[in-house]
Each structure stands twice: as structure tokens, then as C-alpha cells.
Design a protein around this ligand. Structure first.
Ligand code: SF4
Length: 83
């Protein structure tokens, strides 16, 4: 298991009604020479004092507080599939 598959990994976003939700950090553009289509780094919003204040790659080993995300972001964006 990796943090990418955890419900608490991603970026925090505030909706119009003020509710905060965790969403996918998104992917690099396909035209990026070094990381084309790869997932951006994200943060952990479960545990706010260790890994949490910095962003880290989604392939980090999951911790004991892992909670499955039913719809995790893909490792590499496939053009025209997840838009
Ligand atoms: S560090 Fe633990 S709680 Fe945070 S995203 Fe990774 S698995 Fe989830």
C-alpha cells in the first residue's frame, strides 16, 4: 500500500460553501520532459505533525493510519481518459 491509495493524501481544497475536501494533486503535463503525465506531490491531511507539513510523492509507504481511498488518482495520467 502507498499513500497515493489513502483517503488522506492529496491537496486540500475549499468548496464554495466553505467545506474542505481532499482532492488529487493532479498530474504534470504530458509535454513535461522529465515527468510527463506523472502525479504531483501531495500532502497528508490525517496526521498533522510529521510528514504533513511538506508534500511528498504518492509512492511513499503507507503508515498504520492508512484508510483506503475508493477512487485513488492514477500513477500516470493516460491522455483522454481521466479528464
Ligand atoms: S501518511 Fe498515513 S495517513 Fe497520511 S496519507 Fe500516508 S497512509 Fe494516509
Amino acid at each position: 500500500m502507498t499513500c497515493r491509495e489513502c483517503a488522506f493524501w492529496g491537496v486540500m481544497c475549499k468548496k464554495d460553501d466553505g467545506e474542505k475536501v481532499i482532492i488529487s494533486p493532479g498530474h504534470y503535463a504530458a509535454s513535461n520532459k522529465a515527468r510527463g503525465g506523472q502525479l504531483h506531490k501531495g500532502g497528508c491531511y490525517r496526521y498533522r505533525n510529521r510528514k504533513s507539513n511538506r508534500k511528498f510523492p504518492g509512492d511513499a509507504q503507507a503508515c498504520r493510519l492508512f484508510e483506503k481511498n475508493e477512487n485513488p488518482p492514477p500513477v500516470v495520467r493516460q491522455m483522454g481518459v481521466d479528464k
